[in-house]
Design a protein around this ligand. Structure first.
Ligand SMILES: Nc1ncnc2c1ncn2[C@@H]1O[C@H](COP(=O)(O)OP(=O)(O)O)[C@@H](O)[C@H]1O
Ligand SMILES: [Mg+2]
Length: 228
């Protein structure tokens, strides 16, 4: 059964890398504006689940639908348009473009969607202000701290007003103070924009910012209340 009102729904996902099963019957759903933490030990399949949900990895079996459309039935072009237009991404290490300034990095997804430079940079500056890092707009990623870089990465993920943000261990490389502030800013911004967040983490204190927790064990995802 598809949970009513869900934006993104995955059912019975299976994915193996050679003989290593990464997902073994995982199901998942997220509502618009909902922050869901995907928890579980290292190697349990969290990143694989996130990559499948985001249309980056194709599962061997199972279905994923986004806004009522089956992702596997889309063409590659439709899938990449979906990733560019409706999805935002934050990874453990910001993966900012080193040659661009922080402002240009945040403006980049907008530029790729055809927004003119001035408008894109205006929106990017507002994003940097919201993430409290407008002071480093003109610096390159190599010239800022890890915490500042992750804030820039969050601003970039939010810049195109996505419907879903996928965050894979977004605070994994930060100290706890910076990690908590990044989580606060990410979840506050997402909630105010009604953006759903799929947050992969193995840290319980990061999951404290979620509306709901899902635990992945051996490639299977369950709502936390069912596994305790
Ligand atoms: N690209 C890959 N090639 C081979 N094995 C992989 C690949 N990605 C993940 N795996 C394997 O799949 C399993 C699940 O990995 P992953 O989804 O990264 O887990 P997690 O994010 O929970 O640490 C692990 O056994 C991992 O080694
Ligand atoms: Mg992972």
């Amino acid at each position: 059964m598809t949970p009513a009102g869900s934006l993104l729904v995955a059912q019975d996902l299976h994915k193996a890398y050679g003989s290593t099963p990464a997902l073994d019957g995982a199901s998942f759903s997220v509502h618009p504006g909902e922050v869901v933490a995907v928890m579980g030990p290292s190697g349990s399949g969290k990143s694989t689940l996130l990559h499948c949900l985001a249309g980056i990895v194709t599962p061997d079996k199972g279905t994923i639908s986004y806004a009522g459309r089956e992702i596997s039935s889309m063409s590659d072009a439709e899938r990449s348009a979906l990733r560019r237009g409706d999805f935002g991404f934050v990874f453990q290490f910001g993966q900012l473009v080193p040659e661009l300034t922080c402002l240009e990095n945040v403006a980049l997804p907008l530029r790729l969607n055809g927004t003119r430079r001035k408008a894109a940079e205006h929106t990017a500056r507002q994003g940097l202000e919201r993430l409290e890092v407008d002071g480093i707009a003109g610096r390159r990623p190599g010239e800022v701290s890890g915490g500042q870089g992750q804030r820039v990465a969050v601003a970039r993920a939010l810049a195109g007003s996505p419907k879903v943000i996928f965050a894979d261990e977004p605070t994994g490389a930060l100290d706890s103070l910076n990690g908590e502030r990044v989580m606060e800013l990410l979840t506050e911004s997402a909630r105010s924009a009604n953006t759903a967040v799929v947050l992969v983490t193995h840290e319980a204190r990061v999951a404290a910012y979620s509306d709901r927790d899902v635990v992945v064990r051996d490639g299977r995802a369950r709502d936390l209340e069912y596994v305790v």
